[in-house]
Design a protein around this ligand. Sequence first.
Ligand code: GLC
Length: 640
Amino acid sequence: MNQTSLHQLLSKNKVSNDLEQCNLRLATNLTLIQKLFFSLYPEEQNREHFQKLLALLPKLFAERSTELKKQDLERLKSGNWYQSQNIVGMQLYVEHFNKDLNGLKKKIPYFKELGINFLHLMPITTRPKGENDGGYAVNDYLEVDKKYGSKDDLLGLTKAFRENGIYLMLDFVVNHTSNEFSWAKKAIKGDKKYQNYYYTFEDYTIPEEFEKTLPEVFPETAPGNFTYIPEMKRWVMTVFNNYQWDLNYTNPEVFLEMLINLVKLADLGVDVVRFDALAFLWKKIGTISQNLPEAHNLIALFRMCLQVVAPGTILLAEAIVAPTDIIKYFGEGEKRGNECEIAYNASLMALLWNSIATKKTQLLYKSLTSVPQKPKDCTWINYIRCHDDIGLGYENQLIQELGLNPEMHRKFLLDYYCQRLDWSPATGMLFMYNPKTGDGRITGSAASLLGLEKAIASTNEKLIEESVAKIIMLHGIALAFGGIPLIYAGDEIGTLNDYSFLNDTTKKGDNRWVNRPMQDWKTISKLDDRALSQSKIFGTLQKLIKLRKENPVFADLNNVGLYHTGNDHILSFERTCKNERLLVICNFDESPQVIDSGWIKKIGYFSKGEPMDLISNTKVELNSGLLEIGPYKMLWLLKA
Ligand code: GLC
C-alpha cells in the first residue's frame, strides 16, 4: 500500500483520540503486517482481502471497551507485567475446581492464601456432548458452555479478577474446530465456501500424499490424519481426533474470521491468550506439517494485528516441540519478539522428569545450553505438570553424546514411569504408545509420578518424605528459574492419580484424565494439621512463593545462568539482578551429594560473609572444603 492511501485510510478513521492511538499502532505495524499477509496470501489475488483486514482493525478497536482500552494504555506505559517476580500462576479445570465460574469466584481467597495471581482456566466454551477432548473441540469460540455459567458470569469473573489483581489466561483453539462448529455443519451440508474453511478432499489422493510424512498425534485412539464424512462425501483433515477438523489457513477468509474471534476473546478481559497447538497451523505435503515457516508468519500476523487493536493482551505459545523449535515461537529475524510473548518451557519440564528418573542432570545442562537466548521482552511458563501427557522430545544427538542409545533411553523412561519396573517409585500410565515408531508418552499426577502414591500405599514414612521433597524441589525450580511458574491445581497438596475416568465411556480411552483430578477441598480444610504431607507441600510452596515475590532477582530479565558443579546429580543455576545474586542448588539423587565449596567461593558467594539460604533461613557455613546437599534438597543461596 502506498503512503497516500495509508494516510487517507488513517484520516478517515480519525474520529476520536482513542482511534488515533489505534491508527498510530497500525501505522507502526503496517509494513510488517502487509509483508506477512502477502507472504501467506499472494498479492495478485488477495488485495481485496488485505483491504478487508485494514478496514476490520479499526472496527474491532471501536468495539473494545473503554475500561480495557485504558488498561491497554497503562500496560504499554509500564514494564512487562508478565516478567515480574510477583506473578505466580495456577492452571485448573473450572468444573473440577469448584463446579462453575461463580464457584471459582468464591475461591479467590484460596488463591490469595497460596499467592496465586495468574489463572489458566481450561476451555469453558461450548463443545460436543460425549467426547470433546476436554473442551479442545470447540463448537463456538465465544459462547460459554452452560455447565460453567453464562457470558455474564464470565464477565463478572474477569471483573473480580481485575479488582483482585489476578491475570486470566484462556485458550484459543486456533488450529481446529469441532465437527459441530457452525462452519463444519455448513460444510457437511455441502456448502463449498465452508468446505474450503477446512482441508477437505473429494477422494483420498491428496490425503494419501500427506499421510506419507504426517506423524500421528493420537495413534491409539485416532490413527491417521483424515476422516471420511459420508454426508459430505469428502475427506477432511483431522490431525488430532476425528471430531476436530483442521482449519485451512491457506484461505484468507479463515484468517480474517479467526482474527475476529481472537479479538473478541481478548475483549472478554483475557490477559493472555493461549494459542493451542500452534505448531500445526500450516500444512504442506512432504513435511510433518509442524513448525513450518508459514505457521510462524501466520502467528506473527495474528500478533501484529492484536497489538493494533488490543495491545494489552498477549499470546502464549503452546508448542510442545523440540527445544530448538520452541524458542522460534518468540519470533526470529525481523519477527524476533513479534510472535508470542510467552511460551511453555516444555523443554525444562521434560528434562526435569528425565533427571528424576536418571538421578542425573547432564542431559538437562546439555539441552538448555544448546538453545539460543530468548528475546528480552519474552518469557517462559515454567511448569512441572499440566493436563496433558509428558512427551520425551529430547534431541537424540544429545542423548548419544552421553553415551546412551536414544531409543533404549526412552524405553527406560517409559518403563520407569509407567509401572514396568518394580523398583521404580513412580505410578504413571503409558499414553499413546505407537508400536510402529516405539514412541510413547507418560501420564499421571506429579505426586504419583514422584512416588507419593506408592509410598502412601506402603505406609513407608521415609518414602513419603522423599516423595514430598521431590515434589517441593521440582516446584521450587519452576518458581526460581525465570518466567511465570504455573502450578497445576491439586499439585499444591500432592494430589494423587484419579482413576475415576475409567468408569466414563467418553473418557476411558484417554488416560490423560488420570491427571485431571477434582480439587480436594476436604484435605484443604485440614491443612492446619501440620503433620499431613499435604500440609507440608502446601506450606512450603506458600513460603517459596512468598520468597519469590520478595526478591526482584526472580524477575525474568534473561538473568539466568547454569553452573556446572562437577557433580552430575546436582542442578545449579544463578539468578542475578543489579547487585543481587542468588544461586539455586538442587540434588536429584536419593543420597546426600557433595560439591566442592571452593567453587562457590570462587564465584564470589563468600566475599562479604556467608550467603543466606532463603529456604531454611540460615547462613551457609563452610567448615570443610565440601558442601553437602541432602537427598532432593534445594538451596536458594542469596549472596551477602
Ligand atoms: C493441546 C492441548 C491438548 C489437546 C490438543 C488438541 O495440545 O493441550 O489437551 O488435546 O491441543 O487441541
